[in-house]
Design a protein around this ligand. Structure first.
Ligand code: MTE
Length: 317
């Protein structure tokens, strides 16, 4: 991103996941119920207004869209990330987002649609059974992670509002709350953080609306209550803390493309053949590993290639 951070973290200690899980509460009685009942019966409204990360999500179904690659340790995924609203240093989001209030949480879906709606997070989570999808995820800065995200295809949510034929793009607006977000200062980005996808990208089955990881609700630093996960694009396309989704007929402005259009294109597909102006995109280092590996076109998600047939992906980087 704009602020250069070349120093990598040392490979952190690998703590078995069940050590974390055992410390967290499970929803009472969850195991006695079937998956469908769990989904519809899952109501967090009685929970306190923050610190939801760590609550187990019942009824999770394994997805056949998952990679079989080794998962990145939970600790790395939750303590080394970008979330500029909570600081530009990679260790800051885990610290500074601790008391971020994530309840109540609503998402407004509007623009070129027949039925605009504002939906509560509980209603969104009940739209489909939660799926665990183990995705590769690559940051534009050269590190990558393999994460069991929990959520479902964004298309399930988008269909609720009946998009009009004129709609060509989807814009995502995230929360910009200066009282709660210490990083929301001028001169870093034009806030709130905004992202966008072409409509066919947004409806592609891999594009995921995400509310959990490793079987639990998202920790605040990873984007609670709701974020996007688009595995074939650089990580910054996956906006965290989404509060608004707007259908448009024009390519929406996005936070990074506005900040540095020559460095961060609208498409931002993972592409080892198009270097960032300041560094190579040919290789990546998986968090928790020492040596680098080759970066794959579309981050290895070849099924999306047809979305771009006939497009010059060097020009449309
Ligand atoms: N979303 C918001 N709202 N603010 C951010 O600064 N950073 C992006 C993305 N989503 C960012 C954001 C970037 S650059 C990356 S690499 C991923 O979040 C990293 O977070 P993750 O490891 O939890 O996916």
């Amino acid at each position: 991103m704009l602020i250069r951070k070349t120093a990598d973290i040392p490979a952190s200690e690998v703590t078995p996941k069940h050590w974390y899980v055992n410390r967290r509460k499970f929803i009472a009685g969850a195991s006695a119920l079937g998956a469908a009942a769990l989904v519809s019966g899952y109501d967090l409204m009685s929970e306190p207004e923050h610190a939801f990360g760590g609550t187990a999500i019942p009824g999770i179904q394994k997805s056949n869209l998952s990679t079989t690659e080794k998962e990145t340790p939970y600790k790395d995924v939750t303590t080394y990330n970008n979330y500029y609203e909570f600081g530009t240093d990679k260790s800051e989001p885990a610290e500074q987002a601790k008391n971020f209030r994530t309840r109540p949480w609503t998402v407004t879906i509007d623009g070129l649609v027949a039925k605009p709606k504002t939906l509560d997070i509980d209603a969104i989570m009940k739209l489909a059974a939660p799926e665990e999808r183990i995705y590769r995820h690559r940051c534009v800065e050269g590190w990558s992670i393999v994460v069991p995200w929990i959520g479902f295809s964004l298309s399930t949510l988008l269909k609720q509002v009946e998009p009009l034929g004129k709609a060509k793009y989807v814009k995502f607006t995230t929360l910009g709350d200066g009282k709660q977000m210490p990083g929301l200062r001028p001169g870093i980005l034009d806030w709130p953080y905004r992202e966008g996808l072409r409509l066919d990208e947004a409806m592609q089955r891999l594009t995921m609306i995400t509310f959990g990881l490793y079987g639990e609700l998202l920790p605040n630093q990873n984007g609670a209550q709701l974020r996007l996960t688009v595995p074939w694009k650089y990580g910054f396309k996956s906006g965290k803390s989404i509060v608004k989704i707007t259908f448009t007929d024009k390519q929406p402005d996005t936070a990074w493309n506005t900040a540095a259009p020559n460095e961060y294109g609208f498409y931002s597909n993972v592409n080892p053949n198009v270097d960032h102006p300041r560094w190579s995109q040919g290789t990546e280092r998986r968090l928790g590993e020492f040596s680098k590996r080759k970066t794959l076109m579309f981050n290895g998600y070849d099924e999306v290639a047809s979305l771009y047939s006939g497009m010059d992906l060097k020009r449309n980087f």
